[in-house]
Design a protein around this ligand. Structure first.
Ligand code: C2O
Ligand code: CU
Ligand code: CU
Length: 435
């Protein structure tokens, strides 16, 4: 059992040689990394020393959404505390998960100000020599919106429409860190996109890299690539080999998914068109050739041939004006904005469903479902779906994604939503009840 206390509070944190004000867990951003094993019990007592309500969500964990488990309907007011108690199933996949606040209406400002941390689940797969001999690094990518006062939390409606961005990309709160890597060794990076809105189309030119995990655990076999895209909330684990004594950069290119569909000129998922350096890797030592990575990695229980009990359609839309003189835009799924009193869909425990998520807007939206991971069957942009578990999937502008979800193990009420957190706070979210 892992028993931890987290205090949510404003703190001054190091920032490019000086200090800035952030919202933190235990005084740091990111918060502490929590490591557990399948079958473990994780208890977290969260104390709220902020001046707004908060709570805790364990993103990607396949645990109960009820009672004191991953119950996002719990509200912890300023000055209050709550103890979460998560029973991690004995057959839970190992992988990289995370925790962040989920109180509707304050999620974007709290996450963007620094509140996020990594949860690692380890099992026998982590002892495979290929993985165990590699140097592990946890990389939480963020672009926090922090400054010298809480005023930085104020954000315009136009800004929320696009999703808030910070003024620079950080790795574990450090701008452009440099890693020194002996040639001939392997690195293992657990990368999490904890940004409120930013997509990271990552590339590592000049080194070899294999993806070994998606959001919800190890892939069936390593996938050789030169990069991958991480939408907000997504994770990937990669093995990286640096064969030569050279310096290579991990970069995030511009991400433009605007289709030119009318009405929303300028909506995109990137604050600028510039390619940013995320970190540099400095290879040291004699040139070598590290072994090729391949073979079977994991027995992924594929849903491709599962019996499908039903289908559903979800449509992301932005449009119309909200009432109340806000002058804002409505963010909807199937024509409705979030209502905490309404159950949007009912599903039966033990069934398998195919969901088609369609995006009618000129910007990309990452679709996320709590508790039950899914597999991607098909996408409008013909990405080759990898064989692995996902809990966030990018739905391209004007496009669609078809995913398959198995409602296993847990009944209860929880959420699905867009993981651009301003969109979620503005209502692009619904409630699912599994019974
Ligand atoms: Cu990462 Cu509903 O959240
Ligand atoms: Cu989640
Ligand atoms: Cu969105």
């Amino acid at each position: 059992m892992l028993d931890v206390e987290l205090e949510a509070a404003p703190s001054m944190v190091p920032w490019r040689g000086s200090q800035r004000w952030a919202l933190t867990y235990n005084g740091t951003t990111p918060g502490p990394t929590l490591r557990v094993r399948p079958g473990d019990r994780l208890r977290v007592t969260l104390r709220n020393r902020l001046d707004s309500p908060t709570n805790l969500h364990v993103h990607g964990l396949h645990v109960s959404p009820s009672a004191n488990s991953d119950n996002v309907f719990v509200m912890i007011n300023p000055g209050e505390e709550h103890t979460y108690d998560y029973l991690i199933p004995a057959d839970h996949p190992s992988g990289t998960f995370w925790y962040h606040p989920h109180h509707h209406g304050t999620v974007a400002e709290q996450v963007a100000a620094g509140m996020a941390g990594v949860i690692i689940i380890e099992d026998e797969l982590d002892t495979l020599p290929l993985i165990a001999n590699a140097t592990e690094r946890v990389m939480l990518l963020s672009d926090p919106r922090i400054g010298t006062t809480s005023q930085v939390l104020q954000w315009s409606m136009m800004g929320m429409m696009q999703g808030r961005f910070g003024d620079g990309v950080l790795v574990n709160a450090v701008p452009q860190p440099a890693l020194t890597v002996p040639t001939g060794t392997m690195e293992r990076w657990r990368i999490l996109n904890a940004s409120a809105s930013r997509y990271y189309p990552l590339r590592l030119d000049g080194a070899r890299w294999w993806q070994i995990s998606s959001d919800g655990g190890r892939l069936a076999s390593p996938v050789n690539a030169t990069g991958l895209v991480l939408a907000p909330g997504e994770r990937a684990e990669v093995l990286v080999a640096v064969d030569q004594a050279t310096t290579v950069a991990l970069t995030a290119a511009a991400w433009q998914t605007t289709t030119g569909m009318g009405g929303m000129g300028g909506a995109s998922n990137q604050p600028s068109g510039a390619t940013e350096t995320i970190l540099t890797v400095i290879g040291t030592g004699p040139d070598t050739t590290t072994p090729t990575v391949g073979g079977a990695l994991n027995n992924v229980d594929s849903l491709a041939d599962a019996h499908v009990d039903g289908t559903r359609d979800f449509t992301f839309a932005m449009g119309g004006m909200m009432g109340g003189g806000m002058g804002g835009m409505a963010f909807t799924i199937n024509g409705r904005s979030f209502d905490p009193e309404r159950i949007d869909i009912e599903a039966a425990l033990g069934t398998v469903e195919d969901w088609t998520v369609t995006n009618t807007t000129p910007m990309a939206h990452p679709f996320h479902l709590h508790v039950w991971p899914f597999q991607i069957m098909e996408t409008s942009d013909r990405r080759t779906p990898i064989t692995g578990w996902k809990d966030v999937v990018d739905v391209p502008a004007g496009g669609w994604v078809r995913l398959r979800v198995a409602f296993r193990d847990f009944a209860g009420r929880t959420l699905y939503h867009c993981h651009i957190l301003d969109h979620e706070d503005l209502g692009m979210m619904g409630i699912i009840n599994v019974t």
